[in-house]
Write a protein that binds this ligand. Structure first.
Ligand SMILES: Cc1cc2nc3c(=O)[nH]c(=O)nc-3n(C[C@H](O)[C@H](O)[C@H](O)COP(=O)(O)OP(=O)(O)OC[C@H]3O[C@@H](n4cnc5c(N)ncnc54)[C@H](O)[C@@H]3O)c2cc1C
Ligand SMILES: *[C@@H]1O[C@H](CO)[C@@H](O)[C@H](O)[C@H]1NC(C)=O
Ligand SMILES: *[C@@H]1O[C@H](CO)[C@@H](O)[C@H](O)[C@H]1NC(C)=O
Ligand SMILES: *[C@@H]1O[C@H](CO)[C@@H](O)[C@H](O)[C@H]1NC(C)=O
Length: 463
């Protein structure tokens, strides 16, 4: 499967080291690759009741779209959905540079057949899934032999602010939106059924301050991102989940994005070679672990803009344009950084109206719902996206991770009997188990990498 190359990227290095025997392991098809193809196919007889999606960012949008293929009604609640085009204020990384791996692109195309045309209309760039990353200046090897020239799957390069708006637009344009109700408001909590086996109702506070109670709840999906509100709501409603179900460590990451305005006249002055225009990062650089944990990359984004992202595990990041090139050149490397790249940054810092967005990335966390003892989770609860797992964003896996869980959810729902009045009691256990199997490697891989940095504060215990 095409998109496998990105999830396999880290493993690929190991495979090369370990020799040909590993090749088979790397290239084995996983169940999710088969199930990915089942996304976006509406079922004939819908499941009874209303599916409530808490949070309407990326996970909420993808989940609402999937659930609309399965349930009679979907309700999507988020305080920032009143005007979908308005910049989001509750997402710290809204102005941060993002990449969108081909797994996300492939899955989203299944959900929205007009994905490409809508993204191209706002001048989003669909480019071959070649990251353009150098490790200490040395180009990371691509699996070229598996993809004869030009046939890499596509990934997307665009500002997050633009992608977020386009995804919301895709959701409301799709025919299934006829059965999706959007409520601008904040979820306040759940009420359990009297036997505490499922969620009976969900309380919403609307923007005008009035409260509404959603009944007939067939499913509740926690898509509240960093807030991870679902866990608090479950405990408050009487579901007793183990104390240590939420694990976290702190990679101590600071992330700065510089965005540049680059009209055609300015772009013409930039010495960017043609070969660097057809990759995700025109130039991306990962510091050798023996020197430190710094990372930077330049992306050619939508609508005459470019973004330079800078990441560090301590607070030493440039704050003014004149400090940027000195910061870049202070990083030791095994191969030289190309002069065209440094010249480009110099010109952009002078003439590209640089604008800085500094963020302190929240600690990495994982609510291990799949380890909840049997029957402690309500039979109609799931969680998806950062509401479950917040990764070090260094590998740009956040959107792809949402798709992986979406695939697990979709397949389980396809196998659910529409004649039953409720979901089977083991539904969440099965969902979280599959979803965890698909994304555990992302957590382990980035975590073990982070543990190599002196500024990382590991989590307690071993798992
Ligand atoms: C600096 C940085 C760079 C990143 N770069 C990349 C990248 O390059 N590629 C990539 O794929 N990922 C990247 N990520 C990760 C990616 O941004 C996240 O994984 C993604 O935003 C998660 O989406 P989400 O919908 O789960 O949560 P969020 O985007 O955090 O959205 C949560 C939503 O829940 C809503 N909400 C919260 N509480 C309530 C409530 N009580 N009621 C109703 N709604 C509520 C909020 O309003 C918000 O809309 C990056 C992250 C960071 C921090
Ligand atoms: C591009 O940016 C300009 C100026 O910021 C804006 O007016 C225009 O609407 C944008 N175009 C698209 C397609 O987003
Ligand atoms: C909306 O729901 C009804 C009732 O379940 C169903 O018959 C109809 O096909 C749905 N519409 C769409 C566009 O999915
Ligand atoms: C840079 O980010 C700021 C804050 O989001 C935004 O107002 C501005 O339009 C952005 N400019 C570009 C070129 O992306």
């Amino acid at each position: 499967m095409a998109s496998s190359i990105q999830l396999c990227a880290a493993t690929t290095i190991l495979c090369i080291l370990a020799g040909i025997g590993w090749q088979k392991f790397c290239k084995a098809r996983s169940q999710w690759m088969e199930d990915l193809e089942l996304l976006g196919r509406p079922r004939k007889q819908k499941l009874h009741g209303t599916a409530v999606v808490c949070g309407g960012s990326i996970a909420g949008t993808v989940t609402a779209r999937i659930l609309a293929d399965h349930f009679e009604r979907v309700v999507l609640v988020d305080p920032e959905l009143e005007d979908m085009e308005k910049p989001k204020t509750r997402i710290v990384q809204y102005n941060a540079a993002h990449v969108y791996l081909s797994l996300f692109v492939h899955g989203a195309r299944k959900l929205w057949p007009n994905f490409d045309s809508e993204f191209l209309a706002v001048t989003g760039r669909l480019v071959p899934a070649d990251s353009g990353i150098r490790y200490s200046g040395v180009r990371v090897i691509n699996p070229d032999q598996d993809y004869p020239s030009g046939s890499f799957p596509e990934s997307l390069v665009i500002r997050r602010s633009t992608s977020q708006k386009v995804l919301s637009r895709l959701l409301i344009q799709h025919p299934t939106s006829a059965n999706i109700t959007i409520i601008p408001g904040t979820i306040r909590g759940f009420e359990a059924t009297s036997d505490v086996t499922s969620i009976q109702s969900v309380t919403v506070r609307k923007l005008d301050g009035t409260e509404a109670v959603l009944n007939d709840v067939a499913m509740v999906a926690d898509c509240t991102g960093t807030t991870q509100a679902g866990l608090k709501w479950l405990r408050k409603a009487g579901f007793s989940l183990p104390e240590n179900i939420r694990r976290s460590y702190d990679a101590n990451l600071r992330y700065t994005t510089l965005n540049f305005t680059v009209p055609a006249e300015l772009e013409a002055k930039l010495p960017i070679p043609e070969s660097a225009r057809n990759t995700m990062f025109a130039y991306g650089h990962l510091e050798h672990f023996a020197y430190g944990g710094r990372l930077y990359g330049l992306m050619l984004t939508d609508n005459n803009t470019m973004q330079l992202s800078l990441c560090n595990t301590d607070d030493n990041l440039p704050r003014v344009a004149s400090d940027v090139v000195p910061w870049l050149t202070s990083i030791r490397s095994h191969a030289e950084v190309p002069t065209w790249f440094l010249e480009t940054i110099e010109i952009l810092c002078e003439q590209g109206e640089p604008w800085f967005d500094h963020t302190r990335i929240a600690p990495q966390s994982y609510i291990q719902y799949h380890k909840a003892p049997a029957r402690t989770l309500p039979s109609n609860f799931i969680a998806i996206g950062d509401a479950v797992m917040q990764l070090n964003p260094v590998n740009g896996q956040g959107f792809a991770k949402i798709l992986l869980s979406g695939i697990a959810l979709n397949t389980l729902l396809l196998n659910t009997d529409p004649k039953a009045s409720n979901l089977p009691t083991d539904f969440p256990a099965r969902y979280f188990k599959t979803s965890a199997a698909y994304s555990q490697g992302l957590w382990d891989g980035t975590r073990l990498h982070d543990y190599g940095d002196v500024n990382c504060e590991p989590m307690d215990g071993n798992n």
